[in-house]
Design a protein around this ligand. Structure first.
Ligand code: 5GP
Length: 297
């Protein structure tokens, strides 16, 4: 008598097909996140029963959209009246229609300021706040600056900075490749590559620039809609303690940086918002909150 279990050869084929489908869905998610394909195109493709988009979960789909995280996603589903168990291929006609309307509404509201500048006096902890945001708030894109400063231990090319020599920095300036640039502490040059910012802004991504005050002023001129946040220390004494405590600079360099910081602290009234760096998680949360108030749907 024949048994009902699947023959071994079929089971292997089914496993292979499941793995291929999972990979295809992962590719779609990646392409959605990077802006390579639009959410509307994925929704169109999900009409085909043999497509990878067909079996994509609605929850995964929404989480790939800019500025939708685990907090906003359930709210969006509730508003759309779609169960979190659904896959795109299983959406009803009305659900699909509501989802298209939701996407088009988001596209039209892309006028919100997507660019936020975080500046403040030297050693106030901008870098630490930016690193915390990078690790804990993945929906926020951090601009990666070019610098002529040599890498510190642990710094990774293309993650923390693009480390370039003077000739390359000159070339970038001449080709107008930098949105802003400045010589910081009279030593090394730092600049924000323009292209990635423009691309991310077009995709509606929230972009954070952690730069010095001179750079912040240039961004304000070039992009008046950018939001400027000033990070301030709880006190001057705390700022000195942080700068000396960091131990990465010589005493001459520390003096130079403190002199810059004194002038920089006076500039906070040029900014849209001031955030006190009391604790890293709290200050980071405030920055992210300020960034997301402009992108509510
Ligand atoms: P560090 O050498 O400690 O990484 O950074 C030194 C200073 O350069 C920090 O105040 C940082 O905000 C600033 N900085 C980093 N990237 C940029 C940039 O692209 N443009 C400008 N103007 N300043 C930057």
């Amino acid at each position: 008598m024949k048994t009902q279990t699947m023959p071994e050869v079929d089971r292997i084929a089914a496993n292979k097909a499941a793995i291929a489908a999972r990979r295809a869905r992962a590719r779609i998610k990646q392409a959605l996140r990077s802006g390579e394909i639009t959410p509307e195109a994925v929704l169109d493709a999900s009409m085909q029963a043999n497509s990878a988009a067909y079996s994509l979960r609605i929850t995964d789909f929404l989480l790939c959209l800019p500025a939708i995280g685990t907090a906003k996603m359930p709210r969006a589903l509730e508003k759309l009246n779609i169960s979190d168990k659904k896959r795109l291929g299983g959406l009803g006609v009305h659900q699909r229609r509501r989802l298209y309307a939701f996407l088009s509404d988001r596209t039209q509201r892309k006028v919100t300021p997507c660019l936020t500048v975080l500046a403040g006096p030297t050693a106030v902890g901008k870098g630490t706040i930016a690193a915390y945001i990078r690790e804990n708030y993945p929906h926020i894109e951090l601009s990666i600056s070019a610098t002529t400063r040599p890498p510190r231990s642990g710094e990774v090319e293309g993650k923390h900075y693009y480390f370039v020599d003077d000739a390359e920095f000159d070339r970038m300036v001449q080709n107008n490749e930098l949105l802003e640039y400045a010589t910081v502490h009279n030593t090394y040059r730092y600049g924000t590559p323009r292209k990635p910012i423009e691309k991310l802004s077009r995709q509606g991504r929230s972009v954070l620039l952690e730069i010095d005050l001179q750079g912040a002023r240039q961004v304000r001129k070039a992009m008046p809609s950018a939001r400027l946040i000033f990070l301030t220390p709880p006190s001057w004494e705390e700022l000195v303690r942080r700068l000396v405590g960091r131990g990465t600079e010589t005493s001459e360099e520390q003096e130079r940086r403190l002199a810059t910081a004194r002038v920089e602290l006076a500039a906070q009234n040029e900014f849209d918002e001031v955030v006190v760096n009391d604790t890293v998680p709290h200050a980071a949360e405030r920055v992210v909150e300020l960034m997301s108030t402009a992108e509510e749907y």
